[in-house]
Design a protein around this ligand. Structure first.
Ligand code: LMR
Length: 398
């Protein structure tokens, strides 16, 4: 069976975890995978999560199967958090949310759903997009194309080019968007631009699919889910994949959900039945622990308020790091302009380095970034920023 099989290289993002762990250099910095870190370099559990886990331990009475939907209270609460409780689509009974193993699981289920519904559908994603989008959608058998998005020269959004490209899309096409904290480039449309994109989706009739993995890390929960709310106003059908890995810091518990807004309640039921069918053939049912914890948090006013505070704390710390990093780079006399770091948001920014420079950072300084020179800004702290800037100056030859 496996005699002819050759090993394939590790995933470009996950592979860095092992490489970093094996590096004995005490000054090493992991700027790779997107996890939040505090000043001490740890990824702590949120207090609201710890509290809810205690409640869960006290109150749970069974570990019997949950069924294909997962934890119903989680599905309802996460859908309402993203769309807003009073959204018309709830009154019209057009939304279905199904818990998945992580946001990646939600994207894969979304791809399977589209593939089953309309096998010839092609998907358009921003250039660039998350490396795993490029593997996941073709892996599910979908043809994938890109639309212009990031202007590398000015570290900004190619809004006009993006609109021109999306004007070519129409019914039957799926267009993938990052709701906030674009991964990997950190550049998002502003609210007015989102409105224009949503209007275009309505006019052209393509189906928006939104990856909202970083909700709460750009400006706030409502602000970061704005595009989904706008698409819901303009389009009869919307698909979105959410994740609680980052915003509840529950990474390893793999908590995510796929939500679909359909044209009417009957079609929404049909969509949900297909989702249950594709997941049954894959992992059967989603896991319970993480969503049960979040169900408790989002149904407690006190714990929800605490979550908002903790989420704002992570967001503010990253924004502070963005400011300090870009100021310190300028103060170090590096001529190249890195002020864009401060204007961008979320965990990631592109440093605009060549692969050779990225490899020099890794080999000579034990600083780990993805080959694209995407850095996880949340990994910086007082103790490692100066060392990073010294290394940056060396590889930039400045
Ligand atoms: C990242 O891009 O680093 C995160 O979304 C984690 C992952 O699974 O790649």
């Amino acid at each position: 069976m496996f005699e002819k099989l050759n090993a394939i290289p590790p995933d470009p993002i996950l592979g860095l975890i092992a490489a970093y762990a094996a590096d004995p250099n005490p000054k090493k910095i992991d700027l790779g995978i997107g996890v939040y870190r505090d000043e001490a370099g740890n990824t702590p559990m949120l207090d609201c999560v710890v509290e809810a886990e205690k409640i869960l331990l006290r109150t749970q009475t069974t570990k019997t199967y949950l069924g294909p939907r997962g934890v119903p209270g989680f599905n309802q609460a996460i859908g309402e958090t993203i769309l807003g409780k009073d959204n018309e689509v709830f009154k019209q009974n057009r939304v279905r949310t199904v818990q998945t193993p992580g946001g990646t699981g939600a994207l894969r289920v979304a791809a399977d759903l589209v593939k089953v519904t309309r096998p010839e559908t092609e998907l358009w994603a921003s250039d660039p997009t998350w490396a795993n989008h490029l593997a996941l959608f073709p892996g599910a058998g979908m043809a994938m194309h890109s639309y212009p998005y990031f202007d590398a020269e000015n570290s900004s959004l190619r809004f006009d080019d993006m609109i021109a490209a999306l004007q070519q899309r129409g019914p039957g096409d799926v267009v993938l968007f990052h709701a906030c904290c674009h991964n990997p480039c950190g550049v998002s449309p502003d609210p007015e631009q989102w409105q224009a994109i949503a209007n275009l989706a309505g006019e052209r009739g393509f189906t928006p699919m939104i990856d909202i993995a970083y909700m709460g890390f750009e400006r706030g929960i409502e602000e970061d889910s704005l595009c989904i709310r706008l698409f819901a106003e303009q389009c009869p059908e919307v698909i979105f994949a959410s994740s609680c890995s980052k915003n509840f810091a529950m990474y390893r518990e793999r908590v995510g959900a796929i939500s679909v807004i359909a044209g009417n309640a009957e079609k929404a039921d049909a969509v949900e039945s297909v989702i249950h069918n594709v997941t049954r053939k894959n992992y059967s049912m989603p896991p319970a622990h993480g969503p049960a914890v979040i169900d408790i948090i989002l149904h407690s006013e006190e714990l929800t308020a605490q979550w908002h505070v903790e989420l704002a704390g992570m967001r503010n710390r990253i924004n502070g790091l963005r400011k300090t990093l870009s100021e310190k780079i300028a103060a170090a006399g590096i001529q190249r302009d890195f002020s864009f770091i401060q204007r961008q948001s979320g965990m990631f920014s592109f440093m605009g380095l060549t692969v050779e420079q990225v490899h020099r950072l890794r080999d000579e300084f034990a600083i780990y970034t993805v080959n694209s020179s995407r850095v996880n800004v949340a990994s910086f702290n007082e103790g490692n920023m100066d060392y990073f800037i010294e290394a940056l100056a060396v590889v930039l030859d400045e």
